[in-house]
Ligand binder design. Sequence first.
Ligand SMILES: Nc1nc2c(c(=O)[nH]1)N[C@H]1C(S)=C(S)[C@@H](COP(=O)(O)OP(=O)(O)OC[C@H]3O[C@@H](n4cnc5c(N)ncnc54)[C@H](O)[C@@H]3O)O[C@H]1N2
Ligand code: MOO
Length: 424
Amino acid sequence: MSPIDPLSSDTCGCGTADVASGLVSVDDALALLDCVVAPVSGAEVLPLGQVQGRVLATAVITESPVPPFDNAAMDGYALDSAALAGPVLWRLRIDGCIAAGKAGRALPAGSAAQIFTGAPVPPGASAVITQEDVHRQGECILLKRRPNPGENIRRAGSDMAAGTQVLAAGDRLGPAEIAAAAAAGRKELALRRRIRVALLITGDELRAAGDPLSPTAIHDVNGPMLAALLDRPEVELVTSKRIRDRLDETADTLSGLSREVDLVVTTGGISVGAADFLRPAMTRLGGQLHFAGVAMKPGKPAALGTLGGALWLGLPGNPLAVLTSWVLFGGRVLDRLSGASATRPLRRYVVAERPLSHQPGRCEFRPARLIGVDGGGREVISFPSATHSHRVSDIVGFDGFALLPAETETIPPGGWIEFLPFRL
Ligand SMILES: Nc1nc2c(c(=O)[nH]1)N[C@H]1C(S)=C(S)[C@@H](COP(=O)(O)OP(=O)(O)OC[C@H]3O[C@@H](n4cnc5c(N)ncnc54)[C@H](O)[C@@H]3O)O[C@H]1N2
Ligand code: MOO
């Protein structure tokens, strides 16, 4: 299999097809994003119980070895295997019982100590033999086999030596990382502060979900979807506003929000119509546009800019276009702002269930569902017959996007195709 193609490669074509219309390729847009979006400054220290999903600001280094002492890996008997003399069968007297959390005394010659998993191995013992491997006779055990030196002993520092870096700045903290921090003896961690985000929904036609509709109105779909996409541990959604399609209102609101937050996410009003006021508002306010228009379908009008100290991520109005541009750019903006270690979306090759046709032009992100594995062990996807950027029904139950290169017209059943899983 060939390596994954850059999205702007000749194979894709989206870097060339729309150059004339001033669109940047997806790869160029991602590169610009990486250049301009830097982590927010400032850290906070929180207890382990409150760090799930957050990004670490400073590395975690163990101060002492883990485990701190040699201990038993199994329930059984601690003994000195080198001291077993004479022919098998060996008989040893049981001298004491060591449970986890208790200390054992030095083993007298010719004896073994009963020991439980996690208990410290007593001085003088070189191995732990499991209780299934011995025959117990009153206060003695009989052994048919000489345990190997070190058998069933977990050595001090064998998990983490003192001074080991177990987590790096930029690591995102999930259950595994929190476990590592706890094992390293930390009860609190230094985290990047949360990203302050404002959500701005634009459109005269919009009514809140569930509100009665006039004959020309529709329900706001993007507001609830974006609020859900922004519901992440590293995000503080400071405000969510809905405004009308007016230049003054758009500019005033953008200007006010840019003084309060790190990132303003907008939806709608970024295309070329006379009622699209986001770009004119940015121009009026002296904002800087890093890109405005990407050679992709859906999501073509997606834009990124800077206004004062805040970033502006402009998403289109059509709901599938919002989701597509969020998957490509939104998650990555949050990763960069949060200081998380770089993570490109993980793409892989899968095969098409049936013939796939595409109108040549922009490279297309077609919603797709993983439906199983074929006889050759290849993952198979199904997909709708076309991408309709306004259709919400097309995204329900889908697993990601099939990437259709700009010049591709058809892909036969069983043909290789790149797949970008949702990483919401
Ligand atoms: N002459 C051209 N017209 C359009 C172009 C173009 O290049 N030239 N691009 C088209 C593409 S592609 C897209 S995508 C849309 C994007 O337009 P906007 O981002 O300016 O979005 P709106 O015009 O405000 O809305 C588009 C569509 O989405 C509906 N919408 C808006 N907000 C919401 C919401 N919160 N929830 C649900 N639906 C929403 C809106 O009613 C429109 O139907 O422009 C094309 N036009
Ligand atoms: O690119 Mo638009 O986002 O197709 O509908």
